[in-house]
Structure formats: structure tokens, C-alpha cells
Design a protein around this ligand. Sequence first.
Ligand code: GLU
Length: 317
Amino acid sequence: MHETPLTNPTTRLAPSPTGALHLGNARTFLINWALARSNNWRIVLRIEDLDTPRVKPGVIDSTIDTLRWLGLDWDDSPTIQSTRLEHHELAMRHLASHQCVYPCELTRSQIESAASAPHDSDHEPRFDPSLRPPSIPASFNDSGTNWRVLVDPDPITFHDTFAGPQSIDLDATLGDFVVWTKRATPSYQLAVVVDDHDQGVTHIVRGNDLLHSAARQIHLQRALGYTSTPTYTHLPLVRGPDGKRLAKRHGDTRIDHYRAQGTTPERIIGLIAHWSGLTPSRTPMSITEFRDGFLLDTLPPGDITFTPQDDHWLTTP
Ligand code: GLU
């Protein structure tokens, strides 16, 4: 496969345009941006509109507008993931020509009943190798079924800049996973790997809910013959007072909601700065002060809890 030399350090901001950029996403983007701008990395903005089945009109523009309002910037015009389908398909053809992928029509309940160990409902059931077809095709056709990639029995090991050394056994925990969906689109895992590669991304900074995905992505990079792996930095998440990942049940924590109530970017950045170890208490802060003060080494290692006091501070200047 054609190899692009990775010369300039490059990172990406990769929001999904779900219309719900909340404080947790804002924190990740702000840290990603600060690391990039203080280390001279190029930043690409990629709108991941393949993540959700249907993107409402106007949501892409409003996602970009929210990022700009916070003070973030990037170096090229934004890339819209759905315009890159031919590149994703090319990657599927490469995987098929190496007999790494196969079509699979099994339903979730068929996969669950073959799984040897119970799984919790937050995770996909493991795909047991006995469910593989007897022969693996050597070409790809987008025929309205899911396609899975074969995984190896060896664990994937990598060093995460923040989360430390990792060893993830895809075979034992997940099994062959979907790379092309019956909706005729690449899965998130495939699209993100192909796009990161084609855009020359060398540094990936994101929430640690995607730590396990990094192993799938490294597996795909190898299967696609990519010769370099990006550097990964997976950051702690923001959680609600109940310990669950920030979501609607914790009230409206969308950036646009605060913006509509008159909250300034400086208050949001000040809260994120406090969460990120820059200040002993909540103080309004400009984005350049955040950039100059942020240090990955002093970022608290645990997840953050979003409290009613935080909300009060944002809404009651
Ligand atoms: N679009 C994904 C999200 O918003 C991020 C994917 C990534 O950073 O790899 O969750």
C-alpha cells in the first residue's frame, strides 16, 4: 500500500457531529490543542460524520462554530470523513487481497450464544473463532453485510504517553471485529485508521474510553501494511457525581447550553484548567494562558467528577 512519509508531527481534533459537544469533549480537545500548539504539531480537524447513522443538517457547522467559540484553531480546512469513502473502500480491497477480512451475516444473539464467557452489556460479545467461515475470500464486495477482520492470538502491546504500557489481547477479549458495516460504510475503527494514516497523523490524544480501540487500530495498521504507529495519549474522562461517564442524565453539560446562558469561554477554560491541575481553584482563564500553563506531567491521573458546584460556577458569574 502507498506509504506517505510522516515528517511533520501532526495531530487531529476528531469530533463526531452529534450536536452534543459537552464539557468532557471540550476538555479533551483543549488539552489536545494545547499540546499541539506548544509542541509545534500541525492540527487537522476531521469531522467524523460516519460515527452516527444520520447527521442532522447544520450540525457539522455548529460543531465547528462551538470549537471556534472556545478559541480552538487548526491548520487546514476541515475534512469531512464521509467524503473519504473511496479511500476506506481501497483499504478494504487491500485487506481482502491479503485474506484478512470476510463477510459475516451472524446476528448479535448468534454471536452471544457461541461466546464461551459471559460478557457485560457495555461490551460487544466475543466473536468465537469457531464462527469464522470455512474459507476466506480474496476480494471485497460491498454486498450489504458486515465484514470482519481476523485477529491474531498475540496480544497488542504499546506504550501510551499518559496511561503507560498496555497489553491488550484482542483474541481473548473481542475476537474478529467489524470493519465494514451492512450500511455500506466503514466501521469507526477502519475509517479512523485510514484517515489518520492518509492525513499523516503522528499524535493521537483522546479520552481513555478509546484505549481498547487503540489495540484494534494498531492491529488494522499492521494488516494494512502501514509502517508507523502514531503515539497515543489517552486522557482520563469527566464523570458525573454518580461515577458514570458524563451524559444527559447529569443535566445539560453541552458547551452550547452554557454559551446560550451567557457563560464565557474563559469560565469554561478556567474550570477545565482547574480540573487539569493548573490552578488551585476555579478562575477564569484565556486559552493562551491554558496553552502556556498546561503540562501533561501534572495532569491528575484520575477521572474528574463534574459537580453541581462546577455547574453553579459556570452559570452564576
Ligand atoms: N470521533 C470520535 C469521538 O468523538 C473520536 C475518535 C478518535 O479520537 O479516535 O468519540
